[in-house]
Design a protein around this ligand. Structure first.
Ligand code: CMP
Length: 136
């Protein structure tokens, strides 16, 4: 049975820089996601390191954190039935070259780093990631 869930979505610097934020937000709305919260921020490298700490042992960790902190991003809390899985389907594979036709990363992504959007990969991580940006 499907369940209402919330997930964290980030429109990454490459997409914000190309003025794609409104277009990407409309993709979420057209796919029946409710955008419950939204803000545009620029985070520091150390904040990016904290956000991506699950990847700290990966060879791409440093570049990833440099990148996420390189320019403004739009962070959103999205809600829908099965939001986590549905958002991952809408985003497509991490590497835009491998992403299916019609997915956000296929449409907008430039490379595996500049892949335009991030989405939480599990319910536990969604809670952690939403708190990271929206706990006050
Ligand atoms: P994201 O969903 O934001 O989660 C971690 C990010 O690391 C991922 O998107 C990619 O942009 C980036 N990344 C860079 N290299 C790799 C890789 N080899 N495998 C997975 N993710 C990578």
């Amino acid at each position: 049975m499907s369940k209402i869930q919330q997930t964290l979505s980030i429109i990454k610097p490459d997409a914000v820089e190309r003025n794609l934020s409104e277009e990407i937000k409309n993709e979420f709305k057209n796919n029946n996601f409710d955008i419950l919260k939204e803000k545009k921020v620029k985070i520091s490298k150390s904040e990016a390191e904290k956000f991506y700490q699950v990847h700290q042992s990966k060879p791409f960790y440093n570049d990833l954190c440099e990148y996420l902190s390189s320019g403004p991003i739009v962070v959103m809390v999205l809600e829908k039935n099965d939001a986590i899985l549905e958002n991952r389907k809408l985003m497509g594979a991490t590497d835009p070259i491998k992403a299916e036709e019609g997915t956000l990363r296929k449409k907008y992504g430039i490379s595996i780093d500049k892949n335009s959007v991030h989405g939480s990969d599990s319910l536990d991580n969604a809670k952690i990631e939403i708190d990271f940006f929206f706990k006050d």
